[in-house]
Design a protein. Structure first.
Length: 387
């Protein structure tokens, strides 16, 4: 038997795997105690057997931070996070964390070493980027604690740099008008108009098929996203259950979509192609997925021609939310349209807009409440009474 699990006590399990033969010819084994459910122990056993099968198993006593990061990436991140998140974390591990700290044995990793890395990294990277490195490293070391490699997480004793929040850029109603007028002759106009009308993310827009567009009910169903991974465009499922949603269309957008679909059908007919419900709503001239980088690059040119500053494609999503708030839409409705996990998160993101709406809210209250009467009831005041 290569590996086994046996119960040690309440919510305690011992894993045993055979790692080969020692110099004396006797079999070597690795023992590990897992606290929790048997399923947790089974999951850890599977991870160990997988690393043993790939030839990357390292005895815990000699485990380096690089070994841990690779084990964490393959054993946890790969199975619990999206491909996009995996790529982002893997890139940071390979280009930053492992070159700087990967050679250090896990049990010799000190908070001062991590703090020193943050200090040096801040000389080349923004505080926000280094703070993200801290979050990744902390989660990886938390995994090490759960697996029994460490007694405590050294990141708990480190002060990461505080990220400086970037001011959110939203377009005013007149700026939206200028943007759309400038973009109206561009091939990407339909996706730009849909973005500012729905608040959908770029990846969600580029993943839409015609079967996701319901003109009768004036709604769009978000069922998949398009990401570019290592130079190749790939379709994936939405990251969370909240991201998989149905978004209402304005009557103007629904009317535009109906006309736009007819235009697409006429174009395909001229090219000798047939249209289906699985065709992409927004595609290149060959009907293939639009490269996200190409869209972002072209959008930057449109913004420049419209004489708008510091506007990214993602800011169309922020613009949608801000215009909805300013028009009195309920926060829950906006939160659901954006695919946020909670209304509280939406309110936190757009708190600055809500603060700016207080004067308008007070003006409405002023219309409802009657004016106070000076001196009202002054002859009936009992100075000895208590409330």
């Amino acid at each position: 038997m290569i590996g086994s699990i046996r119960k040690r006590g309440k919510n305690s399990w011992q894993i045993q795997i055979y790692t080969g033969k020692g110099p004396d010819g006797k079999p070597k084994r690795h023992l590990e105690t897992i606290r929790g459910r048997k399923g947790d122990a089974q999951k850890r056993l599977t991870e160990l057997l997988a690393s043993l099968d790939k030839g990357v198993y390292t005895p815990p006593g000699k485990l380096t931070l690089a070994d841990l990061l690779n084990q964490w990436l393959q054993g946890y991140v790969k199975t619990n996070c999206s491909i996009r998140t995996l790529d982002a974390i893997q890139s940071i591990a390979e280009h930053h964390l492992i070159p700087a700290l990967g050679h250090i044995q896990l049990k010799q990793l000190q908070p001062s070493m991590i703090q020193s890395y943050y200090s040096q990294a801040c000389e080349k990277l923004s505080a926000r980027s280094v703070h993200y490195h801290h979050r990744i490293l902390k989660q990886a070391l938390k995994y090490a604690v759960r697996q029994g490699y460490l007694g405590r997480n050294p990141c708990d004793l480190v002060d990461p740099p505080s990220p400086k929040g970037k001011p959110m850029r939203t377009l005013t109603q007149s700026e939206v008008q200028d943007l759309l007028i400038t973009a109206q002759d561009n091939y990407y106009y339909p996706v730009v108009y849909t973005a500012v009308s729905t608040g959908l993310r770029q990846a969600e827009l580029l993943g839409l098929r015609w079967r996701d567009i319901d003109l009768a009910s004036r709604s769009i169903s978000v069922n998949r996203v398009l990401y570019k991974r290592r130079g190749i465009c790939q379709f994936n499922e939405p990251k969370t259950d909240h991201s998989r949603r149905r978004v209402s269309m304005t009557s103007k957008l629904a009317g535009f979509m109906g006309e736009y679909r007819l235009d697409c059908e006429r174009l395909y007919h001229q090219l000798g192609k047939t249209t289906t419900l699985d065709d992409l709503v927004f595609a290149n001239i060959e009907g293939n997925p639009i490269d996200p980088s190409s869209l972002s690059h072209t959008f930057a040119k449109i913004v420049k021609r419209a004489r708008l500053e510091n506007v990214r494609f993602h800011d169309l999503r922020h613009t949608f939310a801000s215009l909805m708030l300013l028009r009195g839409a309920k926060p829950k409705v906006i939160s659901e349209a954006l695919g946020h996990a909670s209304v509280a998160f939406t309110m936190d993101v757009y708190s600055h807009i809500i603060e700016g709406m207080q004067s308008d809210a007070m003006a409405l209250l002023d219309e409802v409440l009657p004016a106070a009467v000076n001196g009202a009831g002054k002859n009936n005041v009992n100075l000895t009474s208590t409330v």
